[in-house]
Design a protein around this ligand. Sequence first.
Ligand code: SAM
Length: 281
Amino acid sequence: MNNLSTEDIVRKYGFKFSKSLGQNFLIDTSVLQEIVDSAEIDKEDVIVEIGPGVGTLTRELLKNAKLVIAIEVDRDLIPILKRELKEFTNFQLIHMDVLKMDFSSIARDADSVKVVANLPYYLTTPIIIKLLNSHYNFKTFTIMIQQEVGERIAAKPNCKEYGALSVLVQYYCDVELIKKVSPSSFIPRPKVNSIVIKLIKLHKPRVKVKDEKLFFKVVRCAFNMRRKTLWNAVKVLKIPKVYMENAFNMAEIDPKRRGETLSLEEFGKLSDCIYEISLKL
Ligand code: SAM
């Protein structure tokens, strides 16, 4: 069985890293094992891997899962992956930009889909948003990302890291911070620290809201102007003053507060009350 290290494979094919594709490949096998362990993969699982690189993590996933579907945009990596992973019959490779991927077409009939990735950092937020907003039916999403983004995702109200991304992810998922990873675990070394986190999809969103689009609109405007009071932030919704006062009263939320102090439940309450008063306009 072929068990070349990441460095061996890079050397063997004379692979040239692309900075613009966020290519920092994992070389630390203990971190690799930690990702596989925390993803809790079993033989019934279909794994979707985003950005397999030269396939070091992919190989470990293949040993444990029923099927691994890997999505890679770099055409130079496609023949390398095909060659290095040729002994696995449970491997499917899709040459595509993950942002163009129609997730509803992948593993449609599988009971248990887990997404695993050492993400290209320049795309972390768009990939997370895409996966969550597409309502893709995955169980867990275990990812290596920039540490600072991981802290923002897990942040609670009243801290500076808490923002629209925290609310979006926590609306759909529980968040576990698994392990901090230093730049020396990659080639080439990234300039930032990294962290492995696990998002566990909730059976239903954390808060029940009357209008999901409005909920996220309220969240976005609250954080777009995070130094302003909620009262000033929601002016962009262009709702007459007296109606908006009514909505804050009904929600029992002081409009002088800032968005970063609101819990998900409070955002839900406020957006529901705005929804109610909008019906009367
Ligand atoms: N999984 C490998 C590892 O752990 O060593 C590589 C991880 S590297 C941080 C990110 C990978 O994502 C690279 O293979 C890169 O080519 C790929 N990638 C970058 N942008 C992508 C995109 N838009 N769609 C799919 N893959 C992408």
